[in-house]
Design a protein around this ligand. Structure first.
Ligand code: LRH
Ligand code: MN
Length: 424
C-alpha cells in the first residue's frame, strides 16, 4: 500500500484551518523558527524491523492480524509510517530474523519508500535451528572458546549483511550474564567478552561503527556482563574510536538519571545513540513518552546542549532508533505515537532559552533553572512538529489518517490474521 503525497495533502485540508491558527500562535514566540523547522524536517527516527508485529510476554501474545510475514512487507509497513509522518526514514534490521534473500531487491524496495538502513543488530541471545553450540550460558563471554568463536563469526556475518544493504553500524546487545552467585567469574567473563569484541571490531569496515548496548538484567537475573553505561564505556574505550555506547531507555535500574548518563557519554564522544521506548518498571518497551515524557524532554535537553557544544549535526551524528514491543496497541499506531513523542521532546528542547539556563546555573538559581526548563516543556510544540511534517509532505494528523483509511483492516484483508511476524 503506497500513500502518495498528493493524496495526503488532499486529506490534510480538513485539519489545515485549525493547524494554521495553532501554528501562528506558537511560531510567533519562536525567534529562529526556520532553523527549528529545518531541524525537525531533517530529524529521522529508525524503525525496528522486529516491532512491526504484535509483541508478547511469556504469559501470552494476542496478535492483532495483518502482520508482515517477510522483510518486504516489513519495509512496506515502515514505508507507510514514513509516508504518514515523514520522520521514519530508516529501518533497523535484526539478523537472523530479517536476512534479505535478494539484497538488491530489498534495497530497491527500501529506496522506493524513501528508507535507509540504520544499524544492523546481531543475535547471540537465541539458539538458531542447527546451531552447533548453545548460547545458554552466554556467547562472547562463554568459557568455551568454540562458543565465543561461533558468536564472533555470527557478528562478522551480520556486518557483511549490513555492508550489502548500505548500513554503517553494528549493534551488539548481549544477554550474557549469570542467574546465581558463584555461577560466573566476572573478570573472566569481561575479558572473554572484550577479546571477542576486539575480533568483531577488527572486522569492521573503515567507515563503520559498533554500538555496544548495555542492560541491567533479563534474561539473566543475577549479573549481566554488559549491565550498565560504565561497563559498556569500559569496553568501548578499550576497543577504539569506532566503538560507542548505545542507550536503550528501558535498560536502567529504577530512577537512574539517564539524562546525566547521556551528557557524560557525549562529553567522552562515546554516545552511539538510542533505543527509544518507555517503561514504568523494567524493560517494558512501551510507547515512547507514554509513561515519563518529562524524562524524555530532559534527555533531549542534554542532547541539544551537548551536540551544540561540540558542533554536532543533530540529524546524522547520533543513531536515533526505536526499540519497542506492542502487547495491546496496534504496532503501527504505537510506532506513530512513539515517533511523535520523540519529535515533540526534540522540539521542546530546541525551545529552551539556553542563555537564561546558563545564567541560572552560574548563579545556583535552581528555581529559575526549573522555570526556564518547564517553560519549554510546557510549550505546546505539536503545531511546530505538524508544520515540519506537512512541509515534508506528511499528514497533519498521521494517527487519525491511519485510522480513517482503515489501513489495519486493509492489511488484515491482504495478509490475514494468522501470520506471526518475526521479532519479539
Ligand atoms: C534487548 C533489546 C536489544 C534487542 C532486543 C530486541 O532487550 O533491547 O536491543 O536486540 O531488545
Ligand atoms: Mn534495545
Amino acid at each position: 500500500m503506497i500513500l502518495n503525497k498528493a493524496f495526503i495533502e488532499e486529506r490534510n485540508q480538513s485539519y489545515s484551518a485549525e493547524h494554521k491558527r495553532n501554528y501562528e500562535f506558537v511560531s510567533g514566540s519562536v525567534s529562529n523558527i526556520d532553523e527549528v523547522l529545518k531541524k525537525l524536517i531533517d530529524f529521522q527516527v529508525a524503525i525496528p524491523s522486529w516491532a512491526l508485529g504484535t509483541g508478547g510476554t511469556r504469559f501470552g501474545r494476542f496478535s492483532g492480524g495483518g502482520e508482515p510475514a517477510n522483510l518486504e512487507q516489513k519495509i512496506q509497513d515502515v514505508g507507510l509510517l514514513h509516508a504518514l509522518n515523514q520522520s521514519s526514514g530508516a529501518i533497523s534490521l535484526h539478523i537472523p530474523w530479517d536476512i534479505p534473500k535478494d539484497t538488491n531487491a530489498i534495497k530497491a524496495l527500501a529506496a522506493q519508500h524513501g528508507l535507509k538502513f540504520d544499524a544492523v543488530n546481531s543475535n547471540t541471545f537465541q539458539d538458531q535451528p542447527g546451531q552447533q553450540y548453545s548460547y545458554k550460558f552466554g556467547s562472547l563471554q562463554h568459557i568455551n572458546k568454540s562458543v565465543r568463536r561461533q558468536a564472533i563469526e555470527h557478528n562478522i556475518e551480520v556486518i557483511k549483511n549490513g555492508v550489502a544493504l548500505g548500513s554503517k553500524a553494528l549493534t551488539v546487545w548481549l544477554a550474557d550474564g549469570s542467574c546465581f552467585p558463584g555461577q560466573l567469574n566476572f573478570r573472566k567473563a569481561f575479558q572473554n567478552t572484550l577479546e571477542s569484541l576486539q575480533e568483531i571490531y577488527a572486522a569492521l569496515p573503515g567507515d563503520w561503527k559498533i554500538f555496544l548496548e548495555y542492560k541491567a538484567y533479563e534474561p539473566n537475573f543475577y549479573s549481566t556482563t554488559v549491565a550498565d553505561w560504565g561497563q559498556s564505556l569500559l569496553h568501548t574505550s578499550k576497543l577504539g574510536n569506532k566503538a560507542y555506547t548505545l542507550v536503550d531507555l528501558g535498560h536502567h535500574l529504577p530512577n537512574a538519571n539517564i539524562e546525566q548518563i547521556v551528557s557524560l557519554l557525549m562529553m567522552e564522544n562515546k554516545l552511539a545513540g538510542f533505543h527509544f521506548n518507555d517503561s514504568k518498571y523494567g524493560d517494558d518497551d512501551l510507547t515512547v513518552g507514554s509513561i515519563n515524557p518529562y524524562q524524555l524532554f530532559l534527555i533531549f535537553n542534554e542532547l541539544v546542549e551537548g551536540m551544540d557544544a561540540k558542533g554536532m549535526n543533530h540529524a546524522t551524528d547520533l543513531a536515533w532508533m526505536i526499540d519497542a514491543s506492542h502487547n495491546v496497541k496496534d504496532p503501527l499506531e504505537d510506532l506513530l505515537q512513539s515517533v511523535e513523542a520523540i519529535m515533540i521532546a526534540y522540539a521542546q528542547a530546541l525551545m529552551v532559552d539556553k542563555t537564561a539556563l546558563v545564567e541560572a546555573q552560574d548563579t545556583n538559581d535552581s528555581a529559575k533553572a526549573q522555570e526556564v526548563l518547564q517553560a519549554a516543556y510546557r510549550t505546546d510544540v505539536r503545531p511546530l512538529v505538524a508544520e515540519a511534517r506537512v512541509t515534508a509532505g506528511g499528514a497533519l494528523q498521521p494517527l487519525q489518517l491511519f485510522r480513517s483509511l482503515k489501513i489495519r483492516e486493509q492489511l488484515i484483508a491482504e495478509r490475514g490474521t494468522k501470520i506471526i511476524s518475526t521479532g519479539l
